[in-house]
Design a protein around this ligand. Structure first.
Ligand SMILES: [Zn+2]
Length: 243
């Protein structure tokens, strides 16, 4: 009887612990609570040379609307990723470029907004971002997913801004284009200059501690990201990181 009581108590304690964990993840081994922005910094502070064009704060993105969770047109990253990005910014400047940032930390709330959009009938931005694809395949082909590495806070989407021409370097395709054209190793209709520009961005990022993604030329994740298992969910705003 006593033994059974102990089992029941232990089970109850385990359930209590589990439900507590679903709200607040314990902070050890690089894990943090999803609403804990204390290790994050704002990019215009950490990398002042970067140009910000936060597409999910604007309506010029594949949804065609401001995305939930983007409260200000700023970019947040973990301190570690921001420091590495500062190195990348210096490397870019040596070559006559600046980094132009499209997205960095992305709250889970925003990813959920993408999922809701993927399930509705809206195709307002199809001609710009997914002309070759039927919207219904975006999920199964991996263009939209339940979770994004961006929510872990050490991933950035960016391109090169050429200081000689005063324009973005020609990458032969736009950020967030859903198709093979976005694969970094796509050579189908790209000019030598476009291939070279993609390689330059990749070289700059890899040299500074980031790893690439084989489906998006603009997407890089810090090799040793500090929170590999945490999907954060505080808003993109300066207030989130204000101390
Ligand atoms: Zn990305």
């Amino acid at each position: 009887m006593l033994k059974n009581l102990f089992r029941i108590t232990a089970a109850a304690a385990a359930i209590t612990l589990l439900s507590a964990c679903s709200v607040t993840v314990s902070s050890y081994n690089g894990e943090a609570s999803a609403d804990d922005a204390s290790d994050f910094v704002e990019l215009s502070e950490a990398v002042p040379d970067a140009i910000l064009e936060i597409r999910y704060y604007s309506t010029y993105n594949f949804v065609g609307d401001r995305i939930d969770g983007y409260e200000e047109p700023c970019a947040l990253l973990t301190k570690e990723a921001a420091e590495a990005l500062k190195g990348a910014s210096e490397s870019a400047k040596e070559l006559g470029y600046r980094l132009k940032i499209y997205d960095a930390y992305r709250p889970q709330t925003a990813v959920n907004d993408f999922i809701d959009w993927a399930e509705n009938d809206d195709t307002e931005m199809k001609e710009y971002f997914y002309p070759e694809l039927d919207k219904s395949v975006l999920f199964e082909q991996g263009y939209i997913a339940d979770k994004s590495g961006h929510s872990r806070g050490s991933t950035v989407d960016l391109t090169l801004f050429d200081m000689d021409t005063g324009k973005e370097a020609d990458m032969g395709g736009t950020f967030d284009y859903f198709g093979e054209l976005s694969h970094p190793d796509y050579t189908g209709e790209l000019t030598d200059e476009q291939i070279q520009n993609r390689n330059t961005l990749r070289d700059i990022m890899l040299k500074n501690g980031f790893k690439p993604l084989d489906t998006e030329w603009w997407h890089f994740t810090l090799e040793n990201e500090p929170y590999p298992d945490t999907y954060f969910d505080f808003p993109v705003s300066e207030d989130s990181v204000a101390k």
